[in-house]
Design a protein around this ligand. Structure first.
Ligand code: NAG
Ligand code: NAG
Ligand code: NAG
Length: 429
């Protein structure tokens, strides 16, 4: 009897106590999510330290974004882009002819990554990296950070700690490099030196509200530094690698593209801006490559108000995720969607209507769209001008998602110099 009584007496207390414990645990969990996962960047992965922050791509506040965009826009028109594209692409060609002479396999994704990073470092930040000749921790750090943004790992799992640390270190490396380069530039500006009107200068301008710069302004500059460093490099390299992967499987398309390159550029070494406009078929090839393999699968938009689309009501306040990758692989929008067919983008063909957006659409479309397309075209034109290539047999044609889409195999290829129209070596011109 006494036992029963005690049980009835204590049961409500025990229940209440466990409810309290659950509630406190829940609060703790909320804090963990808020302070560890949502503190920066609103991403699930483990950078856990400020990564892209409020930079041009990830800024959520419209005013804040608009102000930056206005300042950044001119940086892309006033750059001496073509000479850098040519010079860096030539370095890649030298590397490829070494591979051809040595009869060694070239990992195209790796090589394109080096070139694209060289280009962005030079035109955006005025820094010479020369990654094809010297090794550097940057390419790996970028890859690690991007992966970190899409792998779901949990801080309470000890198995994940070393990985989380690795991502955090990679992120720190990029930001501390940014801080160093920004400081060098600021010093040069203060000393009244003639500095290039490049992205680095604009980044400094966009942060400077008053004379003195606070901690937040510094961090904000680094957000943009990392944003441009990554956006200017990774996606273009992936696009080029996918393009080589598809060309390797379609000799007829290679032949047609090479014929155009021969007509437009011939044996000329320096490709100029007007030539790019004449390479229409090569443009189609690159666009088709972005259709099947958009390095960024899509984009997202916050809806402020309720909307009705196609009879479906979407409540305001939600974030819509839009996928160009999915749309471009639907029969509904592209006939025989899995076929690689550059003629879909023939100048006379109907334009895809809101189902193809590798650079997003609208005011927040990619700022570097033209930059990326010009760069890709220069590199591909030179490659076709000078080499034949075959893919190493047995490689996978799968796509890997590591924050951006990239070819899983890395596209190992074998190169042959085109002996019939030999271009003079670099130092002759
Ligand atoms: C080609 O061979 C030379 C001489 O052995 C070597 O120095 C060079 O690094 C090799 N290059 C490639 C890309 O394999
Ligand atoms: C995180 O830990 C889980 C096991 O709890 C493991 O399966 C997973 O591979 C780990 N992830 C990384 C990226 O290390
Ligand atoms: C290239 O375009 C220019 C006009 O921009 C034109 O004058 C020229 O003939 C074209 N060249 C070729 C080879 O198509």
């Amino acid at each position: 009897m006494a036992v029963l009584y005690a049980l009835f007496h204590w049961l409500p207390h025990a229940l209440l106590l466990s409810l309290c414990v659950i509630f406190v645990a829940f609060l703790g969990y909320c804090f963990y999510i808020k302070h560890t996962h949502l503190k920066y960047d609103h991403i699930p992965g483990p950078p856990r330290t400020r990564f892209l922050g409020n930079g041009l791509v990830t800024a959520r506040n419209h005013e804040q974004w608009y102000k930056q965009r206005r300042i950044m826009d001119p940086a892309f028109s006033s750059l001496g882009l073509m000479s850098t594209f040519n010079e860096r692409a030539d370095k890649l060609m030298d590397k490829l002819s070494e591979h051809a002479d040595n009869k060694t396999v070239a990992n195209m994704l790796h090589l394109f990554n080096c070139v694209a990073m060289d280009i962005i470092a030079k035109v955006a930040f005025g820094v010479e990296l020369d990654l094809l000749r010297t090794s550097s921790p940057f390419p790996k750090a970028v890859e690690t950070c991007l992966k970190g943004m899409c792998y779901y790992v949990r801080d309470y799992k000890p198995q994940n700690w070393s990985y989380i640390n690795e991502v955090r270190e990679a992120c720190r490396l990029l930001r501390s490099t940014g801080a160093q380069w920004i400081n060098q530039r600021k010093t040069a500006m203060q000393n009244g030196e003639d500095v290039p009107k490049d992205i680095l200068t604009q980044i400094i301008k966009s942060a400077r509200q008053e004379e003195s710069m606070g901690k937040e302004d510094e961090e904000f500059m680094l957000d943009n530094f990392v944003t441009f460093f990554i956006a200017g490099q990774e996606t273009t390299a992936n696009q080029l690698a996918f393009c080589v992967m598809e060309l390797g499987r379609h000799p007829d398309i290679v032949e047609k593209a090479r014929k155009e390159v021969d007509e437009v550029i011939g044996m000329k070494r320096e490709i100029n801006y007007d030539d790019l406009g004449n390479l229409t078929y090569l443009s189609q090839v690159l666009k088709e490559s972005l259709r099947l393999y958009p390095p960024l699968v899509g984009t997202s938009r916050d809806l402020n108000n309720d909307m009705v689309i196609d009879g479906i009501r979407i409540p305001g306040g939600v974030t819509c995720v839009l996928s160009t990758y999915t749309a471009c692989r639907l029969e509904k929008f592209f006939k025989d969607p899995m076929k690689f067919d550059p003629d879909r983008f023939h100048p006379d063909a109907p334009k895809p209507y809101y189902c193809y957006y590798p650079f997003a659409l609208g005011p927040r479309a990619c700022l570097g769209q033209n930059f990326a397309q010009m760069e890709a075209k220069v590199v591909m034109a030179k490659l076709l001008q000078r080499f034949d290539f075959t893919l190493v047999p047995g490689q996978s044609f799968d796509v890997r998602d590591t924050g951006t889409l990239r070819p899983k195999s890395g596209v190992p290829s074998v190169f042959f110099s085109q002996t019939e129209n030999t271009v003079p070596p670099c130092d002759v011109t």
